[in-house]
Design a protein around this ligand. Structure first.
Ligand SMILES: Nc1nc2c(ncn2[C@@H]2O[C@H](COP(=O)(O)OP(=O)(O)OP(=O)(O)O)[C@@H](O)[C@H]2O)c(=O)[nH]1
Ligand SMILES: [Mg+2]
Length: 205
């Protein structure tokens, strides 16, 4: 029952005396969440992280070997304003896109509470790989929230882009989707915020 009382207000939508009491007395709730970023080589995984953390972008390509872990605090507001919301410390695990490292991928996914699977908007074969990436991730961590990022959105003609195949894959896998670009920065902050909120909905602590 205690767990129920401490559910974040934004999941219940309704105002409660408990949330008022908590908001009046407590600082933001601190939680740590691990997320994984995976997908084919060169789809822009590392570039998205670099943009999010350091607001920088480079044209050079250095493949990721092994893994790199980054840390960033993300504030999540309580829309009702009744509490101070959350301060979520994201541990962001960058993964190599090379599928030869499947054993490593499985080890690195352990403990993740959400994930981004990335495709290159201009390269349809990277969408074809998405089910395989998602299935391996879920094999290790179970049904946690996943968002498909249609990345390098700066490279395509947005007006004529056929979203049908992306929608079909997302429906089949029951995952969300967003456009993004590490180059222009489009949606980079929002994608991390959306995934963080989705994680908090299912695992508030
Ligand atoms: N136009 C464009 N190019 C991008 C974007 N993001 C990354 N790139 C370029 O794509 C190449 C690969 O980017 P990375 O971020 O290293 O790709 P990755 O997915 O981490 O690759 P691996 O580590 O090998 O799996 C680099 O040359 C980047 O400059 C983007 O949003 N738009
Ligand atoms: Mg990389």
């Amino acid at each position: 029952m205690v767990v129920f009382l401490y559910r974040p207000c934004f999941t219940s939508k309704s105002f409660s005396l408990w949330s008022y009491w908590r908001g009046a007395r407590l600082d933001p709730i601190n939680v740590v969440k691990k997320i994984s970023i995976f997908g084919d080589p060169q789809v822009g995984k590392t570039a998205l992280i670099q943009r999010f953390l350091f607001d920088r972008y480079g044209e050079d390509y250095t493949p990721t070997y092994g893994t790199s872990v980054y840390k960033k605090d993300v504030p999540v507001k309580d829309p009702s304003g009744a509490t101070q919301g959350y301060k979520v410390t994201l541990l962001i695990w960058d993964m190599p896109g090379n599928k030869r490292y499947t054993v490593l991928h499985k080890a690195y996914y352990r403990g993740a509470e959400g994930g981004f699977v990335i495709m290159d908007a201009a390269e349809p074969s990277t969408l074809a790989s998405v089910p395989e990436w998602v299935s391996l991730f879920r094999e290790v961590v179970g049904p946690v929230p996943i968002i498909l990022l249609v990345n390098k959105w700066d490279m395509v003609d947005k007006a004529s882009y056929d979203m049908g195949p992306v929608r079909r894959v997302c429906k089949e896998l029951d995952i969300g989707s967003m456009f993004s670009s590490g180059k222009s920065g489009e949606n980079v902050k929002d994608m991390f915020l959306n995934l963080t909120e989705a994680i908090l909905q299912v695992r508030p602590f």
